[in-house]
Design a protein around this ligand. Structure first.
Ligand SMILES: Cc1cc2nc3c(=O)[nH]c(=O)nc-3n(C[C@H](O)[C@H](O)[C@H](O)COP(=O)(O)O)c2cc1C
Length: 207
């Protein structure tokens, strides 16, 4: 019996070891050609689209189905307050920061019309360690990026020390056991990203 007979999409999987069917090739091409977009503008995904993207991203592998993550949406109007929280955190870390510097930090919240913050929320578990749960949150973040691409939007996953800053954590309402896995900036790309260079995977085939 082959995967095609038994898999969740029984009957649709290719019989050869090459993904020759058009739908399969389209999926792989989509994965291969996805590019992050640093320059993002309106329109951003609408609330219904965001919900669908987050819901789809929840198909991430999840040991024990603990759902050890949650999402925080920073929409257009919420960006100003987030920018202030980023600036407050920066001022706390760099007490001599100039106003211009703080404005530059504030602007980080405006680099895209919408930001989805993927938060890892690992739970105590006798056999499923926190790192596995954080791995699930990372897969979820990638899922949001992929879903954005699939819907024709641009996205970029960013991180940084701000996610650890108490003032930013308080602004986001993070509990002690939660941490920011990724700030997923979302919108419409301002430029067409360069095609991804073809890179051979590093594979060791054990025989
Ligand atoms: C955990 C993680 C954190 C990242 N943090 C940043 C970041 O803070 N700033 C940034 O420009 N790119 C960051 N990246 C990389 C971008 O999301 C993106 O992958 C990179 O620009 C390469 O573009 P590509 O996805 O088109 O290959 C991060 C990626 C990951 C997985």
């Amino acid at each position: 019996m082959t995967r095609a007979d038994t898999g969740p999409r029984a009957g649709t999987a290719p019989r050869s070891d090459e993904p020759t069917s058009a739908p399969a090739e389209a999926v792989l091409t989509g994965l291969r050609e996805r590019r992050s977009s640093a320059g993002l503008t309106t329109p951003a995904p609408a609330p219904g689209e965001l919900r669908a993207m987050m819901s789809a991203a929840m198909s991430a592998p999840d040991h024990g189905r603990l759902k050890p993550y949650r999402f925080i949406v920073v929409d257009s109007a919420a960006r100003a307050a987030l920018g202030d929280a980023l600036a407050d955190a920066h001022a706390e870390r760099e007490p001599d920061a100039t106003d211009a510097e703080l404005d530059r930090v504030r602007a980080k919240a405006h680099r895209a019309p919408t930001i989805v913050v993927v938060v890892a929320a690992p739970q105590p578990h006798p056999t499923i360690p926190a790192w596995e749960q954080r791995a699930t949150a990372a897969c979820v973040a990638h899922g949001v990026v992929l879903a954005a691409d699939e819907l024709g939007y641009g996205a970029i996953w960013r991180t940084g020390w701000f996610g650890e800053a108490p003032k930013v954590r308080a602004h986001l309402g993070l509990a002690d056991h939660e941490d920011v896995t990724g700030w997923i900036y979302l919108g419409t790309p301002t430029t067409r990203p360069a095609p991804r260079p073809v890179v051979e995977p590093a594979i060791t085939w054990l025989t």
